[in-house]
Design a protein around this ligand. Structure first.
Ligand code: GDP
Ligand code: IMO
Ligand code: MG
Length: 426
């Protein structure tokens, strides 16, 4: 069997959590491969709404094995809180959840460093979630980070003290004031708490599952346009959010990648700073935000909203090798008389292009729009492609033609059941 990958094609928050949860019954393993508590993946079912940050979105399906892979940066304090928050669902988490010993640990001082760096950047700040993601990946790459496997080592405290001393040195340079007492106490409690879970070499779990013919879904976090290499650098996260990240973040060979589900909203959003060519700073954007409840699942910040951006979407499809498209939140566009679609960019020198310029911050592109008629009606209860309003099927067909792939999965509401499937996915 192959590992299927599911990831966001925009700036995150596309609705990955919902779709992983919907697809999970088809899989025996669901694994996170990058990111950490900067993610907020929302699942809604049976009247419950639950936001997951580090735990894979297959967790509510009892028969699914969930893995936090080596590419993830994990905050033990948030892990403990998440596990406690799941108590009411009566899940067997000691059995259904594995954590890679090679996943990096976020220390309380990583969060302080995140805050210190952002403060020092002033107006140029990234808009980080301040969860310590960047500083933790920095320490991983500079070969001085701590990993989950170190928690069970007798010299964990010594390793911790060594790294924290270096962090304190940097915080002093930034003249950043802090009090670590409470956070350190919570951290060491959480480290003890984590030891009761299966801390494993998860590359074996994943490859043994593959050998045994099991089905595996790799769950991306963030979005392709936040990828550290291909996103709108420097306004990105610090990991590879694209398909290739699933190979390094889980220890699977590229030849084992199967389907790549690319998820996108029927419009676009971004939270945090950075270029956003189709952003709507007017009343239309505000209506989109209210209708789509576009407020961050992790930070509560209002998300910036705009029309769908096909050059950016095509770029993300190219980098990821998308084989299946999933369109989310089409119901949010119910309220609009007309729907704009950005089909190209006009550069400052007048050139029209479908390619993403090297730097969208300096090169202020102007979106070229085509306009379609809206459907202006509720989609409630509609479960088949044939029952969708004609204007919506026209919108879908327009996108399919431009993107060169069918859209076989359409999400019409936050609940698990609010989906329209067709073609290969029906
Ligand atoms: P993720 O980070 O990609 O998992 O996405 P988030 O959970 O951060 O944000 C997606 C939001 O949209 C959540 O509040 C979901 O409950 C909600 N959502 C998901 N699919 C749909 C949909 O089709 N329609 C509407 N209106 N909301 C949706
Ligand atoms: P999910 O998985 C949306 C954004 C932040 C900031 C930038 C860097 O829920 O889609 P970081 O904390 O990683 O240093 O922040 O990336 N960001 C996200 N935006 N959804 C996410 O995750 C995000 N994770 C990080 O807002 O602009
Ligand atoms: Mg999210």
């Amino acid at each position: 069997m192959a590992v299927d990958v599911l990831l966001g094609l925009q700036w995150g928050d596309e609705g990955k959590g919902k779709i992983v949860d919907v697809l999970a019954p088809k899989y025996q393993v669901v694994a996170r491969f990058q990111g950490g508590p900067n993610a907020g993946h929302t699942l809604e079912f049976d009247g419950f709404k639950h936001v997951l940050h580090q735990i894979p979105s297959g967790i509510f399906r009892q028969e699914v094995q969930n893995i936090i892979g080596n590419g993830v940066v994990l905050d033990p304090i948030i892990f403990k809180k998440e596990i406690e928050g799941l108590a009411k669902y009566n899940l067997d988490l000691k059995k259904n959840l594995e954590v890679s010993k090679k996943a990096s640990i976020i220390l309380p001082t990583h969060r302080l460093l995140d805050a210190a760096y952002e403060k020092a950047k002033g107006d140029a700040k990234i808009g980080s979630t301040l969860k310590g993601i960047g500083p933790t990946y920095t320490d991983k790459i500079s070969r001085q980070g701590l990993r989950v496997g170190d928690m069970i080592s007798p010299n964990f405290k010594a390793k911790y003290d060594g790294l924290v001393a270096r962090h304190k040195g940097i915080l002093d340079v930034y003249q950043f004031e802090y009090d670590l007492t409470e956070a350190e106490k919570e951290f060491f409690e959480a480290v003890e708490f984590m030891k009761q879970f299966a801390l494993v070499d998860s590359e074996y779990s994943v490859n043994n599952a593959l050998d045994a013919g099991k089905t595996i879904l790799a769950e991306g976090a963030q979005g392709s346009l936040l990828d550290v290499d291909f996103g709108s650098y420097p306004f990105v996260t610090s990991s590879n959010t694209v398909t290739a990240g699933a190979c390094t973040g889980l220890g699977i060979a590229p030849k084992n990648i199967g389907e790549v589900y690319g998820i996108f909203k029927a419009y676009a959003t971004r939270v945090g700073s950075g270029p956003f060519p189709t952003e709507l700073l007017d009343e239309v954007g505000e209506r989109m935000r209210q209708e789509g409840r576009e407020f961050g699942s992790t930070t509560g910040r209002p998300r910036r909203c705009g029309w769908i951006d096909l050059p950016a979407l095509k770029y993300a499809m190219m980098i990821n090798g998308v084989t299946q498209l999933v369109m989310m939140k089409v119901d949010v566009l119910n309220i609009f008389e007309e729907i704009n679609i950005c089909t190209a960019y006009k550069l400052q020198d007048g050139t029209i292009t479908q390619n993403l310029p090297y730097d969208l911050t300096d090169e202020k592109v102007e979106p070229v729009y085509e306009t379609l008629k809206g459907w202006n009606t509720s989609l409630e209860g509609l479960r088949t492609f044939e029952s969708l309003p004609a204007e919506l099927t026209a919108y879908i067909k327009f996108l399919e033609e431009k993107l060169g792939l069918p859209i076989n999965f359409i999400s019409t509401g936050p609940d698990r059941d609010e989906c329209v499937l067709r073609g290969a996915l029906a």
